[in-house]
Design a protein around this ligand. Structure first.
Ligand code: ARG
Length: 466
């Protein structure tokens, strides 16, 4: 059936045909389009809108196509899109009665329905992948509850923590990515079918029935909104872009931590490359590509937002331009997630180096100040000043953090506060010991092994509830 044989006399130029064609990226909605047509035809039959026997023939043809697969379609650029290719297939199989399937339906509501159906499936796959990633993080964290490392702020040594605690920061971030996607899914899961071109139809269709047949959670009510809105894509891609942002932080840390300067992790060979000229090189290329792809995903979000800006209601063909960007965003997000999961799962953490760094550069200073507040009831600000001066003096005099003792602290205290602190040497040593510091940080969400174990079990609960 040639769409153009009615209103139009002339053919489109070959350039215009390929310029406007969506066939290539329509491949992704092939199965959804069959389902959508089957549901619509079934409803038309149930409502007595089209002859029952013709409806059966249409459904049978569509089912045959489902079995035969996409190659059974005439894949000719002059066929505008998958919807026409599909209708042509049914027409070739059962003749003119195929035309009944388009009663009270437009490609406008059809494409919006197909895209929602496929995106919902894609989100569900990514959700599963996030849960697997959470499992990996939990498994790693369980092994590393006592693996000490230094935590950073401003990429400067801040306070001692554990690798498990750091891994759980990742876990909480991707858990929110899961929740964002899950929330976006609620709005993807609404059926616009029956909106037809933009004002619905005069036929007595049952929109709730088609939504039910297609497994949607609900119906998109306004028919103009139904064909013109793509905010469900924008918010899904935002959720993916945010996830990519979180994953890029993991990549960045693996890149930095695997450097000679840090020597905190060893990335496995499977996720490393070498140099064509420098024989000694082991490069974290996979993490770098992942970090780089984050920008491509952001770009897709910006492309989608820009296409949507100030579009008049209702359907405009510009909307078609969004589709390949949506799928690219979905594919990038998913591949980043899975590669990060397996790459991170394959690293070796250097616990000796973790401890060495935690001891090397005064990351224990906060605890020392806390000690003065706790034992000597000094206001925190004064304690902060004493410890700050202690660190400067220690650096100036080449004194190592673990060489700071009660006497040294007294000298500085006199300088600042006019009197000795009189701290017990044993307590000072304890305050400078990362293991003790971590053990004491037993608050909710803190790094103590018990607090981490609690966080792990609440994450496990979260996974089980999904
Ligand atoms: N290929 C189009 C899209 O992706 C199909 C929808 C309607 N086409 C039309 N010419 N009204 O948006």
């Amino acid at each position: 059936m040639n769409l153009r044989s009615g209103r139009l006399k002339g053919k489109m130029t070959a350039d215009a045909v390929s310029f406007t064609s969506s066939l290539e990226f329509d491949k992704r909605i092939f199965n959804a389009d069959i389902k959508c047509n089957i549901a619509h035809t079934t409803m038309l039959k149930e409502q007595g809108i089209i002859p029952s026997e013709d409806a059966d023939k249409i459904v049978e043809a569509l089912q045959a196509l489902e079995v035969e697969g996409i190659n059974a379609l005439e894949w000719d650029m002059s066929v505008e899109d998958i919807h026409m290719a599909l209708e042509n297939y049914v027409t070739n199989r059962i003749g003119e009665v195929a035309g009944f399937m388009h009663t009270g339906k437009s490609r406008n509501d059809q494409v919006a329905t197909d895209l929602r159906l496929v995106l919902k499936e894609e989100i569900e796959i990514i959700e599963e992948d996030i849960l697997k990633f959470l499992d990996t993080l939990i498994e790693m964290a369980s092994i590393h509850t006592e693996t000490i490392m230094v935590g950073y702020t401003h990429l400067q040594h801040a306070q001692p923590t554990t690798f498990a605690h750091h891994l759980l920061a990742y876990a909480n971030e991707v858990k929110r990515d899961y929740e964002r996607l899950n929330d976006a899914k609620k709005r993807v899961d609404l059926c616009p079918l029956g909106s037809a071109a933009m004002t619905g139809t005069g036929f007595n269709i049952d929109r709730e029935r088609t939504a039910e047949l297609l497994g949607f959670g609900g119906v998109m009510e306004n028919s103009m909104d139904g064909v013109s809105s793509r905010d469900f894509m924008a918010e899904t891609v935002f959720a993916l872009a945010m996830m990519a942002s979180n994953l890029s932080k993991i990549s960045e840390e693996l890149i930095v931590w695997s450097s000679y300067e840090f020597r905190l992790v060893e990335i496995s060979d499977e996720y490393s490359s070498t140099s064509s000229i420098m024989p000694q090189k082991k490069n974290p290329d996979v993490a770098e590509i992942s970090r780089g792809k984050t920008a491509v995903l952001y770009g897709e979000l910006m492309t989608i937002m820009s296409i949507l800006k100030a579009l008049p209601h209702s359907y405009n063909r510009d909307l078609q331009e969004i589709t390949p960007h949506l799928w690219n965003a979905v594919d990038i997000g998913r591949s980043m997630l899975n590669i990060t999961c397996s790459m991170l799962g394959s690293i070796e953490f250097n616990s000796e180096r973790g401890l060495e760094l935690a001891l090397a550069n005064f990351s224990t200073a906060t605890e020392l100040a806390d000690l003065m507040v706790r034992e000597k009831k000094l206001p925190f600000r004064i304690a902060h000043q004493i410890v700050g001066r202690t660190v400067t003096k220690a650096i100036d005099n080449h004194i190592k953090p673990d060489e700071i003792d009660a006497k040294f602290l007294d000298e500085v205290a006199i300088e600042i506060n006019g009197e000795k602190l009189g701290l017990d040497q044993k307590t000072v040593e304890k305050a400078l010991n990362p293991v003790e510091i971590i053990k004491a940080r037993d608050v909710l969400g803190g790094p103590s092994p018990t607090a981490v174990k609690k966080s792990i079990s609440s994450l496990k609960n979260f996974i089980e509830l999904q």
